[in-house]
Every structure is written in C-alpha cells, then in structure tokens.
Design a protein around this ligand. Structure first.
Ligand SMILES: [Zn+2]
Length: 168
C-alpha cells in the first residue's frame, strides 16, 4: 500500500483514526506525473481528505533511509501548507511520500482497541483490515512469528485478537 491510504484508513472495529503504522519492508515507486499528482493532493487537502495526524504514528523498521527522509520532509511540508493556494511545486515532497513509496510488508495498530492488522501478509502490500470474524488466525500468527524480530512487542505479544505468547 502507498502511504496515501493512511489518510483515510480507520479501525474497522472501533473507527479509530489514525492507525499506528510499522513499516517492515518498503520500496520506492517511480513517479511519472509528479505535478499532476501534486494537483490532486492539493484538491484532497482542500477537501479535508488528507490527515496530518496520520503522518505522526509512522515507524520505519526497515533499513530503507529514503522512507525516513521522505516522511520527515512530508511532515514539514504538511505543517506549513496553506489551505488557500499552495504551489504544486511545494507539494511535490508530499507526492514523493504519499505516492512514491510502497509498503510491501508492515503492520497497523489501533491504539484504542489494541487490534493489529497485517500489511502484506498474504498478498504483498495489501492491508488486511478485517473484522475479527473474517480474520485467518493461523495466517495472522504465522505473520507475527515471521516478523517477530522486527515488529515491536506491543504488536507481537500485545495485540488483539491474536498474539504470540511472550516466551514462545
Ligand atoms: Zn480499534
């Protein structure tokens, strides 16, 4: 998933937004029409679709430094963005963060109900925001086991509705 999606994602159970995001594996997308995408983002911003708070609880656990640089820049640009008439060129760093990155593997966490949602568990880059009854517990546990060295304890052993035992 592209970080853009974090603007609108909410917990399917309790509707909390933003979700805490842990990035495990990420790659860079080549962007063809940055100016066009910048124009789109300006419209999103004016319509209130973009969520500045969603930029805060994002943690890069991968070794990709580009992600950190773009996230830092996106936070700065967003904070200084005028609602009236932003220059598309000023918005390009937001394009590079929101559209120019692909989170292939990661985890989302709702701080309110403590649920975790995998990204890229079964299909690379696809977030699985499912109600408890729609979850595949075996797949969720396998995902946690696979990434337990990278993901924080709060996800691995502290999540609802599935978590690993602390000593296994
Ligand atoms: Zn929730």
């Amino acid at each position: 998933m592209k970080p853009w999606l974090l603007n609108i994602l909410a917990c399917p159970i309790c509707k909390e937004h933003p979700l805490t995001t842990y990035v495990v594996q990420v790659e860079t997308n080549r962007l063809k029409d940055k100016k066009g995408l910048a124009g789109e983002l300006i419209v999103h911003h004016q319509k209130g679709v973009l969520s500045e708070p969603s930029l805060e609880p994002v943690h890069n656990l991968s070794k990709d430094k580009t992600f950190d640089k773009r996230l830092t820049k996106a936070r700065q640009v967003f904070a200084s963005l005028s609602r009236q008439k932003p220059d598309p060129m000023d918005v390009v760093p937001l394009v590079e963060y929101f559209h120019g990155l692909e989170i292939n593997v990661g985890a989302l966490r709702c701080e309110k109900c403590k649920r975790f949602y995998p990204i890229g568990s079964r299909i690379a880059s696809i977030p699985e925001l499912l109600p408890d009854s729609g979850r595949d517990q075996k797949a969720d546990l396998a995902f946690l086991r696979k990434h337990r060295k990278v993901l924080p304890d709060v996800i691995v052993t502290g999540s609802e509705p599935v978590a690993l035992d602390a000593d296994h």
